[in-house]
Design a protein around this ligand. Structure first.
Ligand code: GLV
Ligand code: MN
Length: 195
């Protein structure tokens, strides 16, 4: 989904002072093979949190060699019962492959139809850009999956945190009406999500 590159390589200079759509390129003579290598997805993420999952991103910020290439990858680790909560990527479609375990994956269309499926190792699913989706570990043990994106920086809007623990908070009057709940429920959600 990102714009096409205008040169062979454009390793991101993350420290440049100019601001563009993406990052300016590191000077070519300084480009090394290691700029195209990233080992940050080799470690299991820490899933000790309320959701029981951990997302590790190989996006342009972590892996500057991806700059201008329109792709990136996430590693998602799941504790037993772990949930990657409903979220949106504003800039990318996502296709994922289960490496280990059993996951219930799903997305909801703008017509409010849920498409979902239980996947095991080696199986894939695709999430069209901008749609709300989730993954729940429904297997007995841990689970692991890799998600590829057609953007160097897909972005993520995590609905529970966006709605309930933004800074500053969304006024209670909005949330009580939107979800037809009273303020006590909102406070309970906020404190569980760590605000
Ligand atoms: C999974 O949906 C992810 O965005 O990593
Ligand atoms: Mn996703």
């Amino acid at each position: 989904a990102d714009p096409d590159p205008l040169q062979d390589v454009c390793v991101a200079n993350l420290n440049a002072s100019i601001s563009v759509n993406g990052f300016p390129c590191k000077p070519l003579p300084e480009v090394k093979s290691d700029d195209f290598f990233f080992d940050g997805l080799s470690q299991e993420g820490n899933t000790t949190n309320v959701f029981g999952t951990n997302v590790t991103s190989a996006d342009v910020l972590a892996f500057p060699g991806l700059n201008t290439l329109g792709l990136s990858v996430n590693r998602v680790d799941f504790a037993p019962g772990g949930l990657n909560p409903p979220h949106i990527h504003p800039r990318a479609s996502e296709t994922s492959v289960v490496i280990k375990g059993k996951l219930l994956v799903g997305f909801v269309t703008t017509g409010n139809v849920l498409h979902s499926k239980v996947l095991k190792a080696g199986e894939m699913f695709v999430i069209p850009r901008g749609l709300v989706h989730f993954q729940l570990n429904v297997g007995k043990g841990k689970a692991l999956f890799l998600a590829a994106f057609n953007s160097q920086e897909p972005g993520i809007v995590i609905l529970p945190t966006t709605l309930f623990v933004s800074t500053p908070p969304i006024p209670n009057a909005v949330l009580t009406k939107a979800f037809q709940i009273d303020e006590k429920v909102i406070s309970a959600i906020r404190s569980k999500l760590g605000s």
